[in-house]
Design a protein around this ligand. Structure first.
Ligand code: F6R
Length: 263
């Protein structure tokens, strides 16, 4: 795990966006000649994605998405043919609800980066058969040739996606009951805490760990304990993000406040 410390949230966004751009360039080259592109083409995608991003919602990566959009408009990175898979989605929240992750990803990722909406997928929060929806999502990721770069935020309790502290690490995309602290944190986006969904779909910890590269962005003092435990604590499902220490290509970009408990 490589930790990059920068002064401000703005610098986090610039540094992270440049790294995303480099990872997309690299994936485009590798996919043009390698197995990933062939895997996606073999699954019937006439236009196999040029690169595949895993994308988090939440406030942490917003500046990174904005900066990446700016780089694309300035011609400094080519985002054509880039596919994206959202990390998670609330269960039972209509895709048209402004706080559904369908809507949030459309506003902050698809539109901001100018991606082809047909290449952006979010778990189906309203599917009748939850398990089948999770399996479909995992299959879609595999058929796209896997995730080249997963962008993550981290919860104050160390969660990644909606993989909450537990006594075991989760595997594939699955449905979870949200913890009170997550419901509380997300209530700022809803009219009242009673409107916050109690369940969500999330890529599993294993799905996240399969990404070829992982980039975690973190800002602010509220994340300091979680960032410390992620980077330097024991690897334990009590802090789901701590498993990222075992990933072979994980970069954390954080500001001084978020790293204030790390020596
Ligand atoms: C978002 C997600 C969550 C957030 C985390 C941090 O898709 O899966 O794990 O990344 O809760 O949220 P913010 O960035 O709002 O502090």
């Amino acid at each position: 795990m490589r930790v990059i410390i920068v002064d401000t949230p703005e610098e986090v966004a610039r540094t992270a966006a440049r790294r995303v751009a480099r990872a997309i360039d690299r994936a485009r080259l590798v996919r043009a000649v390698g197995d990933r592109g062939r895997a996606a083409t073999a699954h019937g995608h006439a236009d196999a994605p040029t690169a595949v991003l895993g994308v988090a919602t939440g406030s942490s990566p917003l500046g990174t998405y904005r900066e990446l959009g700016r780089l694309a408009r300035a011609g400094e990175v080519d985002l054509s043919g880039v596919a994206a898979f959202a990390l998670d989605e609330y269960v039972s929240l209509d895709a048209a609800h402004p706080e559904s992750y369908h809507a949030v990803i459309r506003r902050t990722v698809t539109e901001e980066l100018g991606l082809d909406p047909g290449l952006v997928q979010v778990p189906d929060g309203t599917a009748a058969d939850l398990e089948a929806a999770c399996e479909r999502y995992e299959r879609a990721i595999a058929e796209a040739g896997g995730v080249d770069l997963q962008i993550l935020g981290i919860g104050t309790n160390g969660h990644i996606g909606f993989n909450e502290p537990d006594d075991h690490f989760s595997k594939g995309t699955h449905c979870v009951d949200l913890t009170e602290s997550t419901i509380q944190a997300n209530s700022r986006l809803f009219d009242s805490i009673d409107d916050v969904p109690r369940q969500a779909y999330t890529m599993g910890t294993q799905t996240i760990m399969y990404a070829r590269m992982i980039l975690v962005v973190a800002n602010g003092e509220a994340k300091a304990q979680a960032v410390h435990d992620m980077c330097y604590g024991p690897v334990t499902p009590a802090c789901p993000a701590s498993i990222l220490q075992l990933h072979t290509n994980c970069v954390v970009v954080a500001d001084e406040a978020a790293l204030s408990l790390c020596e």
